[in-house]
Design a protein around this ligand. Structure first.
Ligand code: C2E
Ligand code: CA
Ligand code: CA
Ligand code: CA
Length: 280
């Protein structure tokens, strides 16, 4: 037993070393990743629940790293938040989405709003509004085609700066979506204070709809009811199964997003979807 314990410890300590080595390398390489064109934006369609029509998409960043392969944003965005590269990366995403919208427009596609994730750190620094306004006007794209997704954590930092930035963004005509709804604290207080345009119900709720107990179902239908009363749109995230979709249909959830329809896909694949304009 002693022997096993020791081996386990060595395994543990080795994987810990790999993790911190990887962190170290990613952090170092992140500085050059934009210039090296290692980032790419994937799009995950957002679907009108009853019809399958593609109403928009969420932009999700991907990093193709020479040695580590595809690195997920869940891994490197937190590092970028620590070393403040999240501003540079965030600007890259905003510019690229605006350029993409321009290109779709020029190709004759009907434009749909694209949602961009913004980290609380980005909202705490001056200048985000200017960056967004500048890119929109440079590519001549109406603000209604951009949505920004923020998490409840962002509102937790209810510093004047954050609230002012959000207010200015909305004055530009950009819609704000409250991401991962239900996972933070005091969600209801934020709804009242902040009054977002869109609520995204976190995938944890949708996925536990499978379970036999109906508590999640009760929570989701209450959220849908509440959102209706407050005149907010709702998107259900992480929809993977038909039974979940059925429930969301019955409860009149406006839009769905999840693997049942499509994983996040490359620009090219998304364009093929836009040709028909709906997913079944
Ligand atoms: P998020 O904003 O909550 O994005 C949803 C995540 O759920 C995405 O992971 C998406 O691929 C995944 N997902 C979508 N449908 C399903 C489903 O049906 N089942 C399951 N199990 N998962 C699903 P991804 O792309 O790895 O992104 C992870 C997180 O990284 C995002 O969570 C977001 O917080 C952050 N992120 C992604 N792109 C950006 C970005 O450009 N800027 C910033 N600041 N953060 C980003
Ligand atoms: Ca949308
Ligand atoms: Ca999101
Ligand atoms: Ca989410």
């Amino acid at each position: 037993a002693k022997q096993l314990g020791k081996n386990n410890y060595q395994l543990y300590s080795m994987s810990k070393d790999i993790t911190s080595y990887k962190k170290f390398v990613l952090e170092k390489d992140m500085r050059k990743a934009i210039e090296n064109e290692e980032f790419e934006i994937y799009f995950q369609p957002q679907i009108e629940t009853g019809t399958g029509i593609i109403k928009g998409a969420e932009a999700l960043i991907r990093w193709h790293h020479a040695d580590w392969g595809l690195v997920s944003p869940g891994e490197f965005i937190p590092l970028a938040e620590e070393n403040h590269l999240v501003h540079k990366i965030g600007h890259w995403v905003i510019e690229n989405v605006c350029r993409q919208l321009r290109s779709w427009k020029d190709q004759g596609f009907t434009l749909r709003p694209i949602a961009i994730n913004v980290s609380p750190i980005q909202l705490m620094k001056k200048g985000l509004v200017d960056v967004v306004a500048k890119q929109l006007s440079h590519y001549d794209i109406p603000a209604k085609y951009l949505e920004l997704e923020i998490t409840e954590g962002t509102l937790l930092k209810s510093e004047k700066m954050v609230l002012n930035t959000l207010k200015d963004l909305r004055e530009l005509g950009i819609k704000i979506a409250l991401d991962d709804f239900g996972t933070g604290f005091s969600s209801l207080i934020y709804l009242k204070e902040f009054n977002p345009d869109i609520i995204k119900i976190d995938k944890a709720f949708i996925q536990s709809l499978n379970a036999e107990n109906n508590r999640e179902a009760a929570i989701i239908s209450s959220v849908l009811h509440l959102a209706k009363g407050l005149d907010m749109k709702v998107i259900a995230e992480g929809v993977e199964e038909h039974s979940q979709l059925e429930f969301l249909k019955q409860n009149e959830c406006g839009e769905c997003q999840g693997y049942l329809f499509s994983k996040p896909v490359s620009r090219k694949t998304f364009e093929q979807m836009l040709v028909t304009g709906y997913l079944k």
